[in-house]
Design a protein around this ligand. Structure first.
Ligand code: GDD
Length: 347
């Protein structure tokens, strides 16, 4: 007799939640996806993937910070696997809302671990850890045993959740796993994150709907991969024989400036850079160049300057490796934003 696989995905309305739900549904899982009630809850991502009406997908309202509702959720769900992707995940906002970030991103994970411990300690648990935990990096490239040095309230909250996952594994034998994922992008990325802000703006500029692109620190270096491939890594992490921690990354790093250059190249537009404090020269209609302006309002109180991950362990143990290049990813995102903006909408 074949047993039905049931998975809980917290954060179903986010980029990773949508791609992971799609993957699990394709693999025959019954998926319960949770979302938090907000005035603007929006399922555009699962709609774009065409899975919103899938018979094996159930959407449930849930607040990660509420332990009793987490317990009830697990009692009713009979899940074999839980993927904790819900978080206040924007680094910039975490400086303005450190407590909320700690409650959702940090304590929220512990609520789920406690619910697992109480309801069914055999449930496999995936914690979405992050390269932000490396922050002011102590080694290059970063791998599973690189010491952590988070540089934002978000990174600190994630580090707490990460160590609690390890602790529940070691204390109670819970199959608790952590994926330390480096930045992963896609057409489903939110526009508050830098890659998508860039590709959406490039599309608007190409279509004559915007003149100037304003950004913060262009020198930050990131290891950017394709989110759809990274959720496959999450799934593989939970299928392994032993619970463990894995880095998922591409092992290539580029600056924000490089990504801007790549995105404008995709639409064949030349750039005129304007540094912070330089006086505005305006959109240069004659040269056809578009202005990219640095604005300190996007600077963070503490910055993560350089991230580059070594995914060797994930390749060796899980057979996981990234395939999409940054150029292909950028092109894919620009094309999606051109399509959306031409059709008169953009999420
Ligand atoms: N968001 C944003 N970032 C900007 C801008 N200008 C420059 N940046 C720089 O671009 C870099 C990337 O910023 P984000 O795209 O916001 O991502 P992040 O801070 O690296 O965090 C993302 O990756 C983490 C994994 O390392 C994730 O854990 C986190 O949730 C998020 O997805 C940062 O150095 C940021 O200062 C801007 O206008 N907006």
């Amino acid at each position: 007799m074949q047993t039905i696989k049931r998975a809980l995905v917290t954060g179903i309305s986010g980029q990773d939640g949508a791609y992971l739900a799609q993957l699990l549904l394709e693999k025959g899982y019954e998926v319960t996806g949770t979302f938090r009630r907000t005035s603007s809850v929006n399922f555009w991502r699962i709609e774009e993937l065409g899975i919103q009406d899938h018979p094996n997908l159930k959407l449930v309202e849930h607040d990660l910070t509420d332990l009793s509702s987490s317990i009830r959720l697990l009692q009713n769900g009979q899940f074999g696997e839980i993927y904790n992707l819900a978080a206040q995940s924007f680094v910039g906002v975490s400086f303005e809302q450190p407590i909320t970030t700690a409650e959702i991103t940090g304590l929220g994970a512990v609520n789920l671990l406690e619910a697992i411990r109480i309801v069914d300690p055999k449930i496999r648990f995936y914690q979405a850890s992050t390269s932000e935990m490396f922050g002011k990096v102590q080694a290059i490239p970063q791998k599973e045993d690189t010491p952590f040095y988070p540089r934002s309230p978000y990174g600190v909250a994630k580090l707490y959740a990460h160590w609690m996952t390890v602790n529940y594994r070691e204390s109670y034998g819970i199959f608790g796993c952590s994926g330390i994922l480096f930045n992963h992008e896609s057409p489903l990325r939110g526009r508050e994150f830098v890659t998508r802000k860039i590709t959406d703006s490039v599309a608007k500029i190409k279509l004559g709907k915007l003149d100037v692109l304003e950004l913060g620190n262009l020198d930050a270096k990131r290891d950017w991969g394709f989110a759809k491939e990274y959720v496959e890594g999450m799934w593989r992490i939970l299928q392994a024989d032993q619970p463990d921690t894995y880095v998922l990354a591409t092992n290539r790093t580029e600056t924000v400036r490089d990504f801007v250059t790549m995105a404008f190249k995709a639409v064949d537009i030349a750039i005129e850079w304007q540094g912070a404090g330089e006086t505005e020269t305006g959109h240069d209609a004659q040269s056809g160049k578009v202005l990219v302006r640095i604005s300190p309002k996007y600077y963070r109180p503490a910055e993560v300057d350089l991230l580059i991950g070594d995914p060797a362990k994930a390749k060796a143990v899980l057979g996981w490796e990234p395939k999409t290049t940054l150029e292909e990813l950028c092109q894919m995102m620009v094309e999606a934003d051109l399509r959306r903006n031409s059709a008169g909408f953009s999420f």
